[in-house]
Write a protein that binds this ligand. Structure first.
Ligand code: ACO
Length: 326
């Protein structure tokens, strides 16, 4: 008998910093508004010649080093992203090749900002069933490439980055204790990139109509996030047979400090039990939870035996939460 848990974490943030002051020069916005409404001070952006797989590989290498695992020991790579290098092949296949993880199967998982937790749940099943021993989960995004830098409603929110975790068998009673996954496709239109797929393939018209950018109804997404973050975490805790008072650290999707504070309040958690880095990176979609997790590990925020809750929401609409015993 064994558990399935995280045996290594890593992240990578591009070097280029875009501050709120930089954005003031690009759109009609100001530092006070952005900080007050979102909690974001700056975000990282990849260079034009960098693709999502490039930053995914860096985060993956850091996670493999942390776990002490060689690329050829990986049985499966799941990449969670909404900004793959191209529609096909999958970003996971590109990452597999760049890592030389020659024994790994590879596929992408599309669940937007909930993608990392979805991927953890999927990956852990292969280990639990005995089919695989080591699964690499990478969540990486180059949202800057699908951001309309003339739209102040969205461009202030997003950033680029990558986070990764190696899953493997752990001591019984440790690792993943509870999971909650969910989706409500009726909210698809609130957050989407309309073109570039089979519905609206790329044409001069779709480009002219700015359909290859993130389109968002911020108020609707906000309302959904406020409701679902607490609910999802409660359900994952219930699945684990635990209560909010057992929680040592909450790692929420880093979309907006107001959404994070509201989730903490619903879960009756003081903010010193909540890991926050949205100020430095903005919303990096699927990458946000694993970047926060890897930073929290690096900064020694938790010790063996601590109960950690990951919770996120995103386009789809989707939500996901996972309870871990570290
Ligand atoms: N600078 C200055 N003013 C702005 C800006 C800006 N960057 N953006 C919007 N405004 C204006 C609006 O135009 C509006 O002006 P008006 O009243 O004259 O029309 C005013 O500010 C208030 O706008 P609201 O949308 O009501 O502002 P709100 O307080 O709701 O905050 C925000 C907007 C930050 C977008 C919020 O709705 C939010 O965080 N929503 C969730 C977004 C999110 O998390 N999305 C990602 C999900 S994860 C994924 O899958 C990628």
């Amino acid at each position: 008998k064994f558990g399935v848990g995280i045996i290594g974490t890593g992240y990578y943030a591009p070097e280029k910093v875009v501050t709120n002051a930089d954005l003031e020069k690009m759109v009609d916005t100001n530092n006070e508004w952005i900080i007050d409404r979102t909690g974001i001070s700056e975000r990282r952006i990849v260079d034009d010649n960098i693709a999502t797989s490039d930053i995914a590989v860096k985060a993956a290498q850091n996670a493999l080093a942390d776990a002490g695992v060689k690329p050829e020991e990986i049985d499966l790579i799941i990449v969670a992203t909404l900004t793959p290098d191209m529609v096909f092949p999958s970003a996971a296949c590109v990452v597999q090749n760049k890592l030389q993880a020659v024994n790994a199967a590879a596929f992408d998982l599309s669940a937007a900002c909930s993608g990392f937790v979805y991927a953890m749940s999927v990956g852990s099943q292969f280990i639990q069933s005995g089919m695989y021993k080591k699964v690499l989960i990478v969540a990486a995004e180059s949202l800057s490439k699908i951001t309309n830098w003339e739209d102040r409603n969205t461009c202030v929110l997003f950033g680029d980055g990558a986070g990764a975790a190696v899953l493997g068998p752990v001591e019984e009673g440790y690792g993943i204790l509870g999971v909650e996954l969910g989706a409500d496709g009726s909210g698809a239109e609130f957050l989407h990139m309309p073109a570039g797929g089979s519905l609206y393939p790329a044409t001069l018209e779709t480009v002219k109509n700015k359909m290859h950018y993130i389109h968002m109804n911020g108020n609707e997404v906000f309302k959904f996030a406020i409701k679902i973050m607490g609910e999802a975490a409660y359900k994952a805790l219930e699945d684990a047979g635990l209560d909010t008072k057992d929680v040592d650290c909450l790692i929420p999707h880093q979309a907006n400090i107001r959404i994070i504070k509201s989730a903490a309040k619903r879960l009756h958690l003081p903010m010193d039990k909540v890991f926050v880095n949205v100020n430095k990176y903005g919303n990096t979609s699927a990458a946000s939870i694993p970047i926060a997790l890897a930073e929290a590990v690096k900064e020694r925020h938790f010790k063996k035996g601590d109960i950690i809750v990951l919770v996120g929401f995103g386009a789809g609409l989707t939500w996901a939460s996972c309870v871990l015993k570290w």
